[in-house]
Design a protein around this ligand. Structure first.
Ligand code: C2E
Ligand code: MG
Ligand code: MG
Length: 585
């Protein structure tokens, strides 16, 4: 049996001490060897839990040498981190069953805290008196930290260290249950950064990551402890405002969040800005479960983007209907190409000073299964979202080039053919090849083709777009920025892009010359375009007054109902036959 450690050789049970009738010397030597070589830490205490013996693994794990711990209570190892009731629990298990197994937090000699898995056995003598406690333990920090790491990776975003979508859903559910119990309200905010792609493209991905981290910090700085901030996608964040008294509280918070995001970001010495669009869904009014709230906050965010970005929108049932309509539209769109439901219309463009026809713009038309005309402003964004725009865009290019070449062969002068190209096509490396293929298949000369790309798309990914633009320019294709004036392009970009023409968005043309602001903007765009060596076209010209104003301000070209609506190719044939001019149209 175990004698006073002070008289014992280290690690050993003295064979000579053994009374008769006890285990044999061989058995004891074996036990001693197991004790000594066990990879588990072993500690034997007396009934008062004073340490009487420890093995080599004990020293290895805890850093304490035997001589330093003998006679001290085993509680010296405790890190003081366990549940307050755990000691009592252990004692009652030992009293009742003679064994306890569980996890404890201990402290090494150097102060480091570590988790251990411990088994404690109560050892009694033949008369049933408690003699010793025999404890065996393993350091489980490696497993525990690995498990924690895996948990972190699965639940937190590595860039911002915010909860990810999985954890958000978990916490949202918890918050919903709490709110439901007290008939409370909560708000789920869906945030999508505006113009984040521009930052990534301009300053690189590490600057983009820095912005995301700062956005996370700034959001947290404006929220209460109980609120949740999560990063749920590339540039998407979610915020849960718990315990909301009224909608106006949410508005106040949203105003603060918009404001704090808008403050400038310093990126490698440059000041840059980002804004955010926010969709809001309230519990319980807009949804009572996690998926519904997420879906509705997303639909509201989409609406905030549509309404011009850098703003928030509360969910309305109408938004859901719109989201569902978009989904239904995308289903119908899928079969439309095979069913030949698309066609092109052409609208003439005139030179203001000579009055000559200088071009025709191809505009896409879709007649759906029910024979309804669906406007491109409705189906083009859906086609972009579902990816169909690539095939559809290629069809438009092929069909328009084929038609234009036919006019050439018929000796009909149409000037240039202008084709709208979606920004998605511009972001794709294959656009120049698609254009080259359409030109080759039709036989149309490349200098007869002009591509229109909307300004907002150019600004979303200027560098990738620039690459495509150069290739197209080298092929001899003219490039035009469509709907100019809506996005805030920087002059610097405009200067470096290889574009030849600007089309002023028709929303600026509508109210000229009566609206002095719009008149000033239009004059400024024309002057700026000219100073960059670009031609300027005004679209959506409907009245003689507008036309006169544009002529007076030096606009180069015009297009609009005043001069000719978009018409089918056969009507265009007739028009071209008479080689129209501004005065004759
Ligand atoms: P956009 O390229 O800016 O085309 C001008 C739009 O204004 C056309 O609408 C045209 O019919 C309309 N418009 C022309 N003159 C007037 C006018 O005097 N007053 C008014 N109020 N409107 C006028 P549409 O055909 O409905 O096309 C809308 C948009 O859809 C186009 O705007 C373009 O962005 C897009 N789109 C059309 N065809 C295609 C296409 O083949 N590919 C792509 N990616 N987008 C297309
Ligand atoms: Mg256009
Ligand atoms: Mg336009």
């Amino acid at each position: 049996m175990i004698a006073d450690p002070n008289e014992k050789p280290r690690n050993g049970i003295g064979v000579d001490d053994l009374p008769d009738g006890k285990p044999s010397a061989r058995e004891l030597l074996l036990a001693a060897s197991v004790f000594h070589h066990s990879p588990q830490g072993i500690m034997i205490t007396d009934a008062e839990r004073r340490i009487r013996m420890v093995n080599a693994a004990f020293t290895q794990i805890t850093g304490w040498r035997e001589a330093e711990v003998l006679g001290r209570r085993d509680a010296m190892l405790s890190a003081g981190r366990d549940d307050p009731g755990l000691g009592k629990q252990m004692q009652s298990a030992l009293d009742a069953d003679g064994i306890w197994v569980g996890e404890l937090w201990s402290r090494r000699r150097d102060g480091e805290v570590f988790p251990e898995n411990r088994t404690v056995v109560a050892v009694h003598d033949e008369a049933g008196h408690l003699q010793h406690y025999f404890s065996m333990f393993t350091d489980i920090s490696a497993e525990k930290f690995a498990a924690e790491r895996i948990h972190r990776l699965a639940h937190f975003d590595a860039t911002t260290e915010l909860p990810n979508r999985v954890l958000l859903q978990d916490r949202l559910l918890h918050t919903i249950n709490q709110a439901a119990r007290v008939n409370g309200k909560l708000a789920l905010l869906f945030l999508d950064l505006d113009g984040f792609k521009l930052i990534n493209d301009t300053y690189g991905h590490s600057a983009g990551d820095e912005v995301l981290r700062l956005v996370g910090k700034r959001l947290l700085s404006r929220l209460r402890k109980a609120d949740i901030v999560a990063r749920i996608g590339g540039d998407e964040f979610a915020v849960v405002l718990s315990d909301v008294a009224q909608d106006s509280d949410v508005q106040i918070t949203c105003d603060q969040l918009l404001q704090v995001i808008t403050e400038p970001y310093e990126l490698s010495g440059n000041l840059s800005s980002v804004t955010t669009s926010v969709g809001i869904a309230m519990f319980p009014d807009d949804g009572r479960d996690v998926p519904t709230l997420l879906k509705h906050a997303d639909a509201a965010m989409y609406q905030a983007k549509e309404a011009g970005k850098n703003r928030y929108a509360f969910y309305e049932p109408e938004m859901n209907r719109r989201a569902e309509a978009r989904l239904a539209l995308s289903r119908k769109l899928r079969g439309a190409l095979e069913k030949n439901q698309f066609s092109l219309c052409y609208q003439p463009q005139f030179d203001l000073s000579s009055g000559r026809l200088v071009g025709v713009e191809a505009l896409l038309r879709w007649e759906d299964d029910d024979g309804e005309q669906v406007p491109p402003s409705l189906f083009i964004p859906v086609a972009e979202e579902c990816g169909l725009i690539m095939a559809l865009g290629a069809w438009v290019l092929n069909e328009a080039c084929r038609q234009a070449q036919q006019w050439c062969e018929q000796g009909l002068a149409f000037g240039r053919l202008s084709v709208n190209v979606s920004g998605r096509q511009f972001q794709d490396e294959g656009l120049a090849d698609t254009v080259a293929a359409a030109l080759a298949a039709s036989g149309l000369a490349s200098d007869r083709l002009e591509l229109e790309i909307t300004e907002s798309w150019v600004m979303e990914g200027p560098y990738r777009a620039e690459n495509q633009m150069h290739r197209l320019n080298e092929m001899g294709v003219t490039l035009v920025i469509d709907d100019f004036g809506l996005a805030n392009s920087s002059m610097a970009y405009l200067k470096r892009f290889p574009v030849q023409k600007l089309k002023i968005d028709n929303s600026f043309i509508r109210d000229i010359p009566a609206d002095t602001d719009d008149s000033a903007i239009v004059s400024a765009i024309i002057a700026m375009g000219h100073s960059l060596g670009l031609r300027v076209l005004a679209e959506g010209v409907e009245t003689a007054e507008q036309s006169a104003f544009l002529r007076a301000t030096g606009c180069d070209e015009v297009q609009g109902y005043l001069f000719g609506r978009p018409v089918r190719h056969d009507e265009m044939n007739v028009l071209l036959l008479y080689s129209p001019t501004l005065s004759s149209s």
